[in-house]
Ligand binder design. Structure first.
Ligand SMILES: [Fe+2]
Ligand SMILES: [Fe+2]
Length: 228
């Protein structure tokens, strides 16, 4: 079901992403729930992550004056070719997505003149830290939206749903992994390109620290010391 009010290019991006991510999630999980529209994976990480990036792109662009069509299109498609559980794909998924771009947008109303900017943003979205601010602004905004999606409450929900599919998990392991992630999250926060993203990243980082601090208090410390 395509949401009403979306332009043809938005519908094409969403439908292509949904189809590919669902197929990949079904392959990855190896099991499915029976949904009203057919088999559904236990969790479609790629689609959920991408939705978060699109929401963030729509939030960020008007604040900084970036072209919203370029950034949203890049947000929909930036991880289109990334496969769950495929470490080799991490290296090429940006290039693969950039190459898939013409086919996805073929016959849609997405402006021809903006496709190069979408391609540039997709090609430069990878990595968890930056040594310099990205340009142009639309490329910077995709990086910021993608990395903001890895911080905060939604990122915890997504991690909780997917992590057990990769390996056995327990609460102590989630805490250890989360505390390691805080260090990387600090690097992500320091790398944000735009002021609104910097501010939001700081807010989300503070939330993550609170969350894992509380988890440590509940789980890793002796209860009689940790709780009043
Ligand atoms: Fe990516
Ligand atoms: Fe991403």
């Amino acid at each position: 079901m395509v949401p009403a009010g979306l332009k043809p290019w938005q519908q094409a991006c969403e439908a292509t992403l949904r189809e590919r991510s669902r197929a990949d999630a079904l392959r990855f999980w190896g099991r499915a729930h029976e949904g009203p529209e057919g088999p559904e994976p236990p969790f479609d990480y790629r689609f959920e992550h991408t939705q978060a990036v699109v929401r963030l792109a729509r939030w960020l662009c008007p604040q900084v004056g970036a072209d919203p069509e370029v950034v949203e299109c890049a947000a929909w498609l930036h991880d289109l070719c990334k496969r769950l559980g495929d470490p080799g794909g991490k290296d090429t998924h940006a290039r693969d997505a950039a190459e898939a771009l013409p086919d996805v947008l073929e016959g849609t109303d997405f402006p021809e003149s903006k496709r190069g900017a979408v391609r540039h943003a997709i090609l430069h979205h990878v990595g968890l830290s930056l040594s310099h601010r990205l340009e142009p602004l639309e490329t910077a905004c995709l990086w910021d939206a993608d990395k903001l999606s890895k911080l905060g409450a939604a990122s915890l929900a997504h991690f909780s749903c997917i992590s057990g599919a990769f390996q056995p998990v327990d609460t102590a392991g989630i805490l250890a992994r989360g505390e390691r992630w805080i260090g990387l999250a600090e690097g992500i926060t320091a790398s944000m390109n735009t002021p609104p993203a910097q501010e939001e990243a700081r807010r989300r980082l503070a939330f993550l620290k609170l969350h894992y601090g509380q988890l440590r208090r509940e789980w890793a410390n002796p209860m009689e010391e940790a709780l009043p």
